[in-house]
Each structure stands twice: as C-alpha cells, then as structure tokens.
Design a protein around this ligand. Structure first.
Ligand code: DX5
Ligand code: ZN
Length: 209
C-alpha cells in the first residue's frame, strides 16, 4: 500500500521541520484536507497555503467544500490528484464534468452514510476513489468498519472492468485496521494522527504499509 500522511495532524507552528521529517520518509503522497466550514463544520486552509508547501511528495488534495466543481481548476494546477465529495454536487453535473474534463487526475470521495453504488456510472472516468472511514471534518476519529465492504466493492469493479482508479481510504487508520483495508484491496492509505503523533514517522509508515 502507498501511504498518504494527512498534514491536518502536523505541527502547523513548525511547518519547515515537519516538511523535512516527511520528506525524509518514503511515503509516496501527502494528503491535504481543504475544509470550508460549510460542507464540514471545520475550516482548514485553501490553495494559497498549499502553494507555500515544499513536500517532495505527490500532492493528494481532499476537498471538503461546497461547489467543488468551480474550484477544481485552481487546485488541479497545484496538486497531482484532486478529490472532491460526491455529496457536494449534482450527479449529472459530476458525470458531465468527468466526460469533458482536461488532463487532470480527479478523485471522488463518499461519506460513511453514502452507498458505494451511487458511483457506478462515474467509475470509468475516475483516477481515484476515496472511501471515508470517518465522518469528514476532523482528525483523530474512530475507524468505521463499514468502509471495508466499500473497498471490496471497488476492487471487484476495478478488476471486472479494468478501471484505472486508485482505491484510497481515509480516517482513523492504525496498524490493525491498515491490515484489513489492505486485504480488502485498498491501494493508498491516508493517516494523520497515527503518523504525526509519533516521533518516528518512518516507523509508523512501515507499520501501516
Ligand atoms: C478527516 C480528514 C482526514 C483526517 C485523517 O475529515 O479527511 O484526512 O485528517 O486523520 P486521522 O488519520 O487522524 O483520522
Ligand atoms: Zn482527508
């Protein structure tokens, strides 16, 4: 599994030091949680902050904002992968966008209470599917087991149809449930608290990989 540390749990007073520490690990991605205080009850940062970051990792931006389609351009110019929430836009608008978009890597995320089947006709166009294993908004919540079935479903569909999306999971990941999501077919795992609350980031990354 590839690992995507969520900077939501890093020390924002020491961004330079945190950047050095993360860059010295072998994680592949860096997960950037953009929250607008409307789609979720918390506000974090936006594109202007992301532009200042110096991580030498693949940027994996998770938009938890209202009207994400109108904000995608500014994020896809600074981030390799941009993922937005299915619940934040109309299904037809999402399909139309995906069928006509430019050459950017786009992901879709679903909240714990959204059933995975709603994504069926969108799957062929996606570069990433992000299964939320907590209610989006905050770090440090408990992993929800219901995400495992969704990962298995995505893996099955991917194999059946030769789809190209990456299967990613986000929320409450630790070394025990990382094993379960891996077995279910997860390819990229997001972890915030589990990595940043420890001293040795590489050790934590190794344990969940
Ligand atoms: C929650 C965010 C997650 C969060 C993960 O809304 O999308 O990326 O930072 O943090 P942990 O691993 O602590 O659950
Ligand atoms: Zn996230």
């Amino acid at each position: 599994m590839k690992v995507s540390p969520s900077i939501l749990s890093m020390d924002f007073n020491n961004v330079e030091q945190e950047t050095i520490k993360i860059n010295s690990t072998d994680c592949e991605f860096i997960h950037l949680d953009v929250m607008d205080g409307k789609f979720v009850p918390n506000t974090t940062f936006d594109d202007s902050f992301i532009k200042t970051l110096k991580f030498n990792k693949i940027f994996d931006t998770h938009l938890m904002i209202e009207k994400p389609l109108s904000a995608l351009d500014k994020y896809s110019s600074i981030s390799e992968y941009v993922t937005f929430h299915y619940e934040a836009e109309d299904h037809k608008d999402i399909l139309n966008f995906l069928q006509n978009r430019k050459n950017t890597k786009i992901g879709l995320s679903i909240k714990p209470n959204t059933s995975i089947e709603v994504l069926d006709d969108l799957l062929p166009y996606l570069d990433l599917v992000l299964v939320m294993s907590v209610e989006p908004g905050f770090a440090g919540q408990k992993f929800m087991e219901s995400s495992i079935e969704k990962i298995k479903y995505l893996k099955l569909k991917k194999d059946q149809h030769n789809y190209h999306y990456l299967i990613e999971v986000d929320g409450g990941i630790n070394e025990e449930n990382a094993k379960k999501v891996k077995e279910a077919g997860c390819e990229v795992v997001v972890a915030g608290t589990y990595i940043f609350k420890a001293n040795n980031y590489q050790e934590q990354i190794d344990k969940i990989r």
